[in-house]
Design a protein around this ligand. Structure first.
Ligand code: ADP
Length: 199
């Protein structure tokens, strides 16, 4: 069994930066956000289930998911989000399990912004939290994708509080300095994970 590391952190904490560093070390990274998009691609069973549940209007003319229409619907109809998640969550989970099982690197990483919130950490052997102050999260996320401070604060408010994640995570890396500083901390952990992956 391959050692599975769960990697998480709030928006703008540096999850992607950390994931990319692990990839440069030859470690495969499964991104839960990417899996969530893959399972609703054209021809996927979850997309058919969504169409059967909500109606043909959820599809664009080219057969792809009409994300905007579905988002608007969820906003208007309180129960729709729950119905949608009953389809997507199991599909995401089984796709993640499959991709983790297919991984061939020394160990494998599952990166997810909602690792703890969605219980995806149950699929992992060990968890690493990339941690940063809310001020830094807002600064970095706003510089990265031009979202307003208000939008970023809403996302932070919807995620598990930082203090809660700190209690659950096995390892914590505080990403409050230079990026090279982050890489140095990751390097030390990577060596430990390589040892664990051989046990
Ligand atoms: P997340 O994936 O957790 O939302 P990212 O890894 O995308 O966060 O980081 C948010 C932004 O901040 C990115 O533009 C990234 O390059 C930058 N960043 C991350 N860590 C640092 C750091 N230690 N110093 C400076 N910029 C950083």
């Amino acid at each position: 069994m391959t050692f599975i590391l769960g990697l998480t952190g709030g928006i703008g904490s540096g999850k992607s930066a950390a994931s990319q560093w692990f990839e440069t070390q030859g470690i495969q990274v499964i991104d839960a956000d990417i899996v969530a998009r893959e399972i609703v691609e054209k021809g996927q069973p979850a997309l058919t289930q969504i169409k059967d549940t909500f109606g043909d209007w959820v599809l664009l003319e080219n057969g792809q998911l009409n994300r905007r229409a579905l988002r608007d619907h969820i906003f208007k109809v309180p129960d729709a989000r729950h119905q949608l998640e009953q389809i997507t969550h199991p599909a995401i989970r089984s796709a993640i399990i499959q991709q983790l099982a297919d991984a061939t690197s020394s160990y494998v990483i599952l990166v997810s912004p909602l690792l703890f919130e969605t219980n995806q950490h149950q699929l992992t052997d060990h968890t690493l939290l990339i941690d940063a102050s809310e001020e830094l999260q807002i600064l970095r996320a706003s510089q990265r994708d031009g979202q307003t401070i208000d939008q970023i604060e809403k996302i932070i408010a919807a995620q598990m509080p930082r203090a809660e994640k700190q209690k659950i995570a096995n390892d914590i890396v505080l990403n409050d300095g230079h990026i090279e500083h982050l890489y140095a901390k990751l390097e030390a952990l990577h060596q430990q994970y390589l040892i664990r992956s051989k046990q």
